[in-house]
Design a protein around this ligand. Sequence first.
Ligand code: FUB
Length: 326
Amino acid sequence: MPPLITHLYTADPSAHVFEGKVYIYPSHDRETDIQFNDNGDQYDMEDYHVFSTESLDPLAPVVDHGIVLHAKDVPWVSKQLWAPDAAFKNGKYYLYFPARDREGIFRIGVAVGDKPEGPFTPDPEPIKGSYSIDPASFVDDDGNAYIYFGGLWGGQLQCYQGGHDVFDPSWSGPKEPSGAGVHALTPRVAKLTGDMRQFDGEVQEVVILAPETGEKILADDHDRRFFEAAWMHKRGGVYYFSYSTGDTHYLCYATGTSPLGPFTYGGRILEPVLGWTTHHSIVEFKEKWYLFHHDCELSGGVDHLRSVKVKEIFYDKDGKIVTEKP
Ligand code: FUB
C-alpha cells in the first residue's frame, strides 16, 4: 500500500471520523542533523498539519489543511512536538500534543478549535499533572472522556517510578526496569474534565494482564510489554487498548470491559514495519475498520522520516484482531 501523504513526512497518525470525513492528526517529521540515538533526539518536529479525506479508496485525494499549530506559538514548549491526537466534545475540537517543556521534561498540552481542521489555540500551560508522551483521547458512548499516555526511553515514563509528580532524572534515556518477576511499567490514563482541558482526578495505571497467568505483563517480556503509542477503540461493547512494543516493533492489543481496564493481552495487530518506530490508530469508517500506521519506505528506511499508511483490518468471530503483515 502506498503512503497516504507523499509531499511531507508524517507519522503517528491519529484518525477520527468527524463531520462524515476521516481526519488524520499525525506528527510532521522533518530532516535534521541530529545524530540518531535511543533517546529519540532525532525526532525533532516543530509543527502539526491536519489532513482529511472523504474516502479511503486508494485513489481518493487527501487534503492537507496546512499548519494548525507551531511550537513557537506554545509558550511552555521548548522542542519536539511528538505524536498528537484530537477529540470532539461540546461543539469544540481539542488537539492534544506532547512536547518538552523549558526544563526538557515531556508534558502534554491541549489546543482548542472550532473546526476539525483547526486552527487550534493552545492553552498557555500544559495540562496540570501531565507527563511523558503519546496522548490518545477517547470519548465513550456515555460522554465521559479519557486520555491515555506514556512512552518509555525518550518518552520518560520510566522516570516516574517514585510517583506521578516525581521526575527522577537518573532514569532518563533508553532505560527501563528489568529482572525476574519485575512487572512492566504501565501506560497511564486520566479522566478529562467536562471542558476537556484538565485531568479530572488522579492519573491511573493501565494494567495489562498476561492471559496465561492472569498476572501483570513482566518487564522482560519485550514482545508484549507496553512501550508507547497508546490507542483506545470500542467495538461491540469491548474496549480495545492497543500500543507499540517499541524495541520489538509490534503493534499489540489488549481487551477489557471498562475504559480504565484491566485489559488482557489479546495478540498482535501488525508485524514490524520498515523503520524503528511503529505507531497507529484504529477507526471505523463506513462500516469497515481501518488501521492507520506509518513506515519508512518513502524515505528508504530513514527512521525519523516516516509516512502514514492505512489498511483495513478484520476481527474473527470472537472479536480477536487478525494480525496484519506490512
Ligand atoms: O514521533 C515521535 C515518537 O516516535 C512518538 O511519540 C512515538 O510514538 C514514536 O512513534
